[in-house]
Design a protein around this ligand. Structure first.
Ligand code: UD1
Length: 399
C-alpha cells in the first residue's frame, strides 16, 4: 500500500538556501584539513571562519592562555560548520606530536605566541622560551609527519626601525624588543629550513595593525587587563571602562602630530590567509607537476641577465619556496583620525588628552602592499569606519 504522505511545499527561502548551499559546495576545498595553532585567538578565530566558509576543515590548537574556551562554539555558530579544537600547549612536545598522529593535516597556519611588547622586555626568557620552543616543537612534528606547508604569523615589527616608509619586504630585518626578535628569529629558522629542504613551502605574512571584529559581534579581540594597543583602549573608553584616551605624542612629524599606522580590518587579514593558502596550494601543484611557471621562468631569466648579482640570484632562487608578504592596506591613519572614526561609530565624543611619546614608538609606519597584490592577488577592502563600527559592536557584546 502506498502511504499517502504530504510533501511540504517549498518556500522561496528554501530555494535560495539550496542555491547558497550549492554555491558553497562548489567552492569547497576538497576537504583539505588545516591546523591553526593559536586558532582561538583574535586573528586565528577570524581566519578559521573564513577557511570554514570556503570549505576547508580546520583543527584549532590552543592553550587558551589569551583566549576563551567558547570561541570554537562561536565559530561554529557563525559558520554552521564543525570546528574541532585541541587544548594543547605548543611547548609540550609530546602533546604536539600526538595531535599530528591523530589528524592528517594538509597545511598549518602558525598563529600561537605571546605578543606583548612591554611584557617581553620584562620577561625575555619567557618570550624566547614560549615562542621559539613552541615553534620548534611544531616544526619537528611537521617534519616527522611530512607536513611541510606552512603559513606563519609574522609582523611589521620585523623591519628595522631605521627603514624609511613604506616598508618593503626586502628591507633589512631587526627588532628592538624580545617579542620582535622572536618573530625575526622564527623567520630566520623557516628560511634556513626551506633552503636545505625544498619540500618546505612557507609563506610568512607580516601583519601591520589588525583591528575590528567579525560583523556578527560573536568574535573579536579580548586583551587581558588594560589594553596596550590603541583600538582596544579606545573601545574601553567608549564603553566607560577607562576614563580617557591617552594620545601618546602629538608632536610627531605627521600631518596632525599624532602617530600614523597601517590599520587593517581583521577580516581582511583573515582573507589574506585564505589567498595565501591558495597560493601555497599553487606552489604545491607547481612542485608536483615539476613545472616552471611563467612567473618563475621570468624571475630566473631576469636574474640571469644581471650576472654581477650572483649571490642575490642564488638567494632568490632558493627562496622561492619561502616567501614573505606584507599584509596591510598601504595607507596610514593617525591616532587622532582613528579616535574621530571611533567617535562616529559609537555616536559620542570621547574624552582624550595628549601624553608624552611612548618609548620605542615611530612616527609613521605603513606597508608597501604591491607584492601581496601582484602575487597573492590580495587587496584589503574594508575602511577605517567599518573597522571602528565592528570594534564597537564587539565591545558592546564582549564578555
Ligand atoms: C604594537 C607593537 C607591535 C605589534 C602591534 C600589534 C609596540 C611598540 N609595537 O604596534 O610590535 O606587532 O602592536 O598590533 O608596542 N597609541 C596611543 N595611545 C594608546 C595606545 C597607542 O596613542 O593608548 C598610539 C601609539 O603611539 C601608536 C598607535 O597608537 O602611534 C598604535 O599603537 P599600537 O596599537 O600599540 O600599535 P603599534 O605600536 O603600532
Amino acid at each position: 500500500m502506498i502511504e499517502n504522505r504530504t510533501i511540504p511545499e517549498r518556500s522561496i527561502d528554501d530555494n535560495v538556501t539550496d542555491l547558497l548551499m550549492a554555491n558553497r559546495d562548489a567552492s569547497r576545498s576538497d576537504n583539505k584539513t588545516i591546523l591553526l595553532t593559536g586558532g582561538a585567538g583574535f586573528i586565528g578565530s577570524h581566519t578559521a571562519v573564513v577557511l570554514l566558509d570556503r570549505g576547508y576543515d580546520v583543527v584549532l590548537l590552543d592553550n587558551f592562555s589569551n583566549s576563551k574556551r567558547d570561541v570554537p562554539a562561536r565559530i561554529e555558530k557563525i559558520t554552521d560548520r564543525s570546528c574541532i579544537c585541541e587544548e594543547v600547549d605548543l611547548t609540550d612536545e609530546a602533546a604536539v606530536a600526538t595531535v599530528f598522529n591523530k589528524y592528517d593535516f594538509d597545511a598549518v597556519i602558525h598563529f600561537a605566541g605571546i605578543k606583548s611588547v612591554g611584557e617581553s622586555v620584562e620577561k625575555p626568557l619567557e618570550y624566547y622560551d614560549n615562542n621559539l620552543t613552541g615553534t620548534i616543537n611544531l616544526l619537528k612534528a611537521m617534519n616527522a609527519s611530512d607536513v611541510k606547508n606552512l603559513i606563519f604569523s609574522s609582523s611589521a615589527t620585523v623591519y628595522r626601525q631605521d627603514n624609511p616608509v613604506p616598508y618593503y619586504e626586502n628591507y633589512p630585518l631587526g627588532a628592538t624588543n624580545p617579542y620582535g626578535w622572536t618573530k625575526v628569529i622564527i623567520e630566520r629558522i623557516l628560511t634556513d629550513m626551506g633552503a636545505v629542504d625544498h619540500a618546505w613551502r612557507v609563506i610568512m605574512l607580516r601583519y601591520f595593525n589588525p583591528i575590528g571584529a567579525h560583523e556578527s559581534g560573536l568574535i573579536g579581540e579580548e586583551p587581558q587587563g588594560i589594553p596596550n594597543n590603541l583600538l582596544p583602549y579606545v573601545a574601553k573608553v567608549a564603553a566607560g571602562d577607562l576614563p580617557e584616551i591617552r594620545i601618546f605624542g602629538d608632536d610627531y612629524d605627521t600631518p596632525d602630530g599624532s602617530g600614523v599606522r597601517d590599520y587593517i580590518h581583521v577580516m581582511d587579514l583573515a582573507e589574506g590567509h585564505l589567498v595565501a593558502m591558495e597560493y601555497l596550494r599553487r606552489m604545491i601543484d607547481r612542485d608536483n607537476k615539476k613545472e616552471i611557471t611563467e612567473k618563475d621562468a621570468c624571475s630566473v631569466a631576469s636574474l640571469t641577465e644581471n650576472s654581477s648579482a650572483t649571490d642575490e640570484k642564488e638567494r632568490r632562487l632558493k627562496d622561492l619556496n619561502v616567501r614573505a608578504f606584507n599584509i596591510g592596506t598601504g595607507k596610514g591613519t593617525s591616532v587622532k583620525e582613528i579616535i574621530a572614526a571611533f567617535e562616529r561609530a559609537c555616536g559620542k565624543e570621547l574624552s582624550k588628552a595628549a601624553y608624552p611619546r611612548r618609548p620605542g614608538d615611530l612616527a609613521t609606519v605603513y606597508a608597501d602592499t604591491s607584492l601581496a597584490e601582484k602575487e597573492l592577488g590580495f587587496k584589503a577592502r574594508r575602511g577605517i569606519d567599518e573597522m571602528c563600527i565592528d570594534s564597537w559592536r564587539w565591545q558592546q557584546t564582549a564578555r
